[in-house]
Design a protein around this ligand. Structure first.
Ligand code: NDP
Length: 418
C-alpha cells in the first residue's frame, strides 16, 4: 500500500516536472514586464526565468518588482546573433520569448536555430528602414524549424494573437465557413498626457501612418492612411470612431481560413491624437529618413520616440477601458450565422496587478499563456506557425486565470452592421 502511494506521488512529481520549463524573455519594456509578473504567478510552470535586454537596468527593475529567486537578468543585444546564442547556451531555456521589437525577430529566430531552442513572439518582422510588415520573412523559416524539431509561435499578443485564437475558436465551435471577419480594437482609456503611444512609439507610429489595407474577394485593397472610418459600438464603452488599418494577422487569417471573403481591421483614435499626429507628420517628425542635424545624423522618428513618454510609464494615471474583439459572419449547417467574441480591459486593474497600462497587459498575458501552452506540450509542433494553427481551447481556458476574461454572442446583429 505504502509502495503504491510512493509510486503515485513520484509519478505526480514527474508529470509536474515535465510541465515545467525555463523561459528566457528578451526585452524589458511594458509587454515584458507584464509577461514576467504573470510568470511569477505560475511557479508550477515557470521553473526559472531570465529577462535579457539591451539595458540591463530595466531587467533589474522588473526583477526587483517580482522579488523571486528564480527570476534572473542579463544584458544582451539581440541583433548580435553570436552574443545572444552564447547567453541562450548558458541559460539553457526551453523557450525564448521575443518581447523586444519586430526588428529583432529574424536575429532571434536565427539564434534559436543555432542553439536548438523554440521561439515565440508578439509582432511580425519589420526591417528598421522599411515600415512594411509581411509574414514571408518569418514563414521562410518553416523548413529550418521543422527539420530542427523546434516550434516557432508567431504573433502571440492580443492583436496579433488572441484575435486569431478567437477566430480559430469560432471556426472550431460555431462555423462551417467564415465569410466576413472584422477585428475591432478600441482603447477608450485616458492617460492624461497630450500625446503618447501605448506601445513602442516608433513601431506604433510606423503602423498608423502606413497605408490602410483590407482583403476582399481574393484581393488586397490598399487605401490612403486613416481615410476609411466609421463609428462602431463597443461593449461597456459605447460608440467610437474607428479607422481601417492594415494589421499583420489579416495576412495569416485569410491564408489559414480560405473561405474568408472579406477581412478588415479597425482601431479607434481620439481626435486629439490624430490632430497631433498630423502636425508631427506635416513637420517631418514621423519620418524614418535620416537627416543631418548639426553634423550628426538623426532619424526624426527615433528622436520623437526619445521625447515621448515611455509607454510602460503611462499606467499610473491611466483610467478607462479598452475592448478588442472579432466579429464574424458565415455559415453553420447551411444557415447564416453571426458571432462576436471580445475581451474588455481596465487600465486601473492592469496597473494594480502589474504596474503597467492595459495595452502592455493585453499583450504580455497572451505571450505568457502561449509559453504555458508550449511548455505543457499543448502547442508543440515542429515548424513556424501563427497562433490560429494551434488548438484554441486550452489557451482560452487558461487566459482568464491570469486576468483576461472573454465574452461571446451568437446570432446577433453585429455591431459592425448597425
Ligand atoms: P518597448 O519599447 O517598451 O520595449 C522594447 C524592449 O526591447 C526594450 O526593453 C528595449 O531595450 C528592448 N530592445 C530593443 N532592441 C533590443 C535589442 N537589439 N536587443 C535587446 N533588447 C532590445 O516595447 P513594448 O514592450 O511596448 O512592446 C514589445 C513588443 O510587443 C513590440 O514588438 C511590440 O510591437 C509588440 N506589441 C504587440 C502587441 C500585440 O497585441 N501583438 C501590442 C503591443 C505591442 P531598451 O530599453 O534598451 O530600448
Amino acid at each position: 500500500m505504502v509502495l503504491k502511494l510512493l509510486v503515485i506521488i513520484n509519478f505526480c512529481k514527474f508529470v509536474e516536472k515535465i510541465n515545467m520549463g525555463r523561459a528566457m524573455i528578451i526585452g524589458a519594456g511594458g509587454v515584458a514586464t507584464v509577461a514576467a509578473c504573470k510568470m511569477a504567478e505560475a511557479p508550477e510552470v515557470f521553473e526559472e526565468v531570465l529577462i535579457a535586454s539591451r539595458t540591463k537596468e530595466k531587467c533589474d527593475n522588473i526583477i526587483k518588482k517580482i522579488n523571486k529567486p528564480n527570476f534572473h537578468s542579463a544584458q544582451v543585444d539581440a541583433m548580435k546573433i553570436d552574443e545572444l546564442s552564447s547567453l541562450i547556451k548558458e541559460f539553457k531555456p526551453d523557450l525564448v520569448l521575443n518581447l523586444a521589437l519586430p526588428y529583432q525577430d529574424l536575429a532571434i529566430m536565427d539564434a534559436c536555430l543555432k542553439t536548438g531552442v523554440s521561439y515565440l513572439d508578439t509582432a511580425n518582422y519589420e526591417s528598421p528602414d522599411n515600415p512594411h510588415f509581411e509574414y514571408k520573412y518569418q514563414w521562410a523559416y518553416q523548413d529550418k524549424f521543422k527539420s530542427a524539431g523546434l516550434t516557432a509561435i508567431l504573433g502571440c499578443g492580443f492583436d496579433p494573437g488572441v484575435s486569431q485564437i478567437f477566430t480559430a475558436y469560432a471556426a472550431k465551435h460555431y462555423f462551417d465557413e467564415i465569410h466576413f471577419l472584422d477585428i475591432v480594437d478600441c482603447n477608450a482609456g485616458d492617460h492624461g498626457k497630450y500625446f503618447a503611444t501605448n506601445f513602442n512609439p516608433e513601431i506604433n507610429i510606423r503602423e498608423i501612418t502606413a497605408k490602410g489595407k483590407y482583403y476582399e474577394n481574393g484581393k488586397w485593397i490598399e487605401t490612403e492612411p486613416l481615410t476609411i472610418h466609421r463609428p462602431i459600438e463597443y461593449p461597456e464603452i459605447g460608440e467610437k470612431e474607428s479607422y481601417l488599418l492594415h494589421h499583420e494577422e489579416l495576412e495569416s487569417l485569410v491564408k489559414n481560413f480560405p473561405s474568408i471573403k472579406r477581412a478588415r481591421f479597425w482601431m479607434t483614435f481620439s481626435q486629439r491624437y490624430l490632430t497631433a499626429l498630423e502636425v508631427l507628420q506635416e513637420v517631418g517628425m514621423t519620418s524614418i529618413e535620416p537627416i543631418n542635424y548639426e553634423g550628426k545624423e538623426i532619424v526624426p522618428l527615433q528622436f520623437l520616440k526619445a521625447l515621448l513618454p515611455d509607454p510602460s510609464s503611462l499606467g499610473q494615471n491611466y483610467k478607462g477601458k479598452a475592448c478588442i474583439g472579432v466579429q464574424l459572419k458565415g455559415l453553420h449547417q447551411n444557415k447564416e450565422r453571426t458571432y462576436f467574441i471580445w475581451s474588455i480591459f481596465d487600465h486601473e486593474k492592469a496597473y494594480k496587478e502589474t504596474g503597467t497600462q492595459a495595452v502592455a497587459y493585453s499583450t504580455g498575458i497572451p505571450a505568457m499563456v502561449g509559453a504555458i501552452m508550449y511548455l505543457k506540450g499543448l502547442w508543440k509542433k515542429p515548424g513556424v506557425y501563427n497562433v490560429e494553427e494551434f488548438d484554441p481551447d486550452p489557451f482560452l481556458e487558461t487566459m482568464p486565470k491570469f486576468g483576461i476574461d472573454w465574452h461571446e454572442a451568437i446570432d446577433i446583429v453585429l455591431p459592425i452592421d448597425k
